[in-house]
Write a protein that binds this ligand. Structure first.
Ligand SMILES: O=C(O)c1ccccc1NCC(=O)[C@H](O)[C@H](O)COP(=O)(O)O
Length: 265
């Protein structure tokens, strides 16, 4: 069993339990009260030098606890003040120490578009995402069959959310191409070994259509990495650990260093 299989097995059990506790009608009522989602794609388009999705991430399977003094609200405010164009919030509890409550608390303090970062396998999670204030959800191609991808993507669109569809290989890109996504995430982290390979963006940017917003994800450590993926063709980056390690007091400067380099004043 691979690590991804393990996560998906846990997720299946979690969703089964939650589905039996909270029926769809609860989300339907809550969704009706929510304001229109903020467009993730719009917020990330045409940004210079590229768009930044800043991630709120307390811990991860590859690194353990990243932020021991985790304060998601302070972090969200600092990300916004530092110029992030959108936020990503981990809601998986078991492997990332995230939660839907964290996403809701972040929603209350920012108008930036929020991506619900989780292992989405069931439409129930998409309705929940909309009801708690997310504007977009992550769909990981490696975690889904073609039928699931089509059906979950349609559900996302039917309730006015957007999907960041994440690929790790050329084969996965070919699987989602017929969906004509507007935004695609290329994840540099191998989900089995956790190794990070930035050249994944280079390889995939050669085949991903020019008009698609290509977001480079994972393992981006400094300005030279940012420039590297930008040169490869990325239009945006998704960064968690590097920014989280600055802490909310220093992350504004961290974003400037990441995007503009050491000479930034
Ligand atoms: O971060 C992990 O260790 C991880 C392990 C297994 C599956 C997914 C994982 N991360 C999810 C992400 O996609 C990252 O949180 C995101 O791309 C940010 O990465 P980073 O900047 O390296 O924190």
């Amino acid at each position: 069993m691979t690590f991804l299989d393990r996560i998906l097995e846990t997720k299946k059990q979690e969703v089964k339990k939650l589905r039996s506790m909270i029926p769809y009608s609860v989300w339907e009522e809550k969704m009706a009260l929510m304001p229109q989602p903020n467009s993730f794609v719009q917020a990330l388009s045409n940004q210079s030098p590229l768009a930044l999705i800043a991630e709120i991430k307390k811990a991860s399977p590859s690194k353990g606890v990243i932020a021991s003094d985790f304060d998601p609200i302070a972090m969200a405010k600092s990300y916004e003040a530092g110029g992030a164009h959108a936020l990503s919030v981990l809601t998986d509890e078991q492997y990332f120490q995230g939660s839907t409550a964290i996403l809701q608390s972040v929603r209350a303090v920012t108008d930036l578009p929020i991506l619900r970062k989780d292992f989405i396998i069931d439409e129930w999670q998409i309705y929940e995402a909309r009801a708690i204030g997310a504007d977009a959800v992550l769909l990981i191609v490696a975690a889904l069959t073609d039928d699931q991808l089509v059906s979950l993507y349609r559900t996302v669109q039917s309730i006015g959310l957007e999907a960041l569809i994440e690929v790790h290989s050329l084969e996965e890109w070919e699987r989602i191409r017929p969906l004509h996504p507007r935004i695609v995430g290329v994840n540099h982290r191998n989900l089995h070994t956790f190794e990070v390979d930035l050249s994944m963006t280079e390889r995939l940017s050669q085949v991903i259509d020019e008009d698609i917003l290509l977001i480079s994800e994972s393992g981006i450590r400094d300005h030279s990495d940012v420039m590297r993926v930008k040169d490869f063709g990325a239009k945006g980056i998704l960064v968690g650990e590097t920014l989280m390690r600055y802490g909310s007091e220093h992350v504004k400067q961290g974003i400037a260093h990441l995007l503009f380099g050491a000479n930034y004043k």
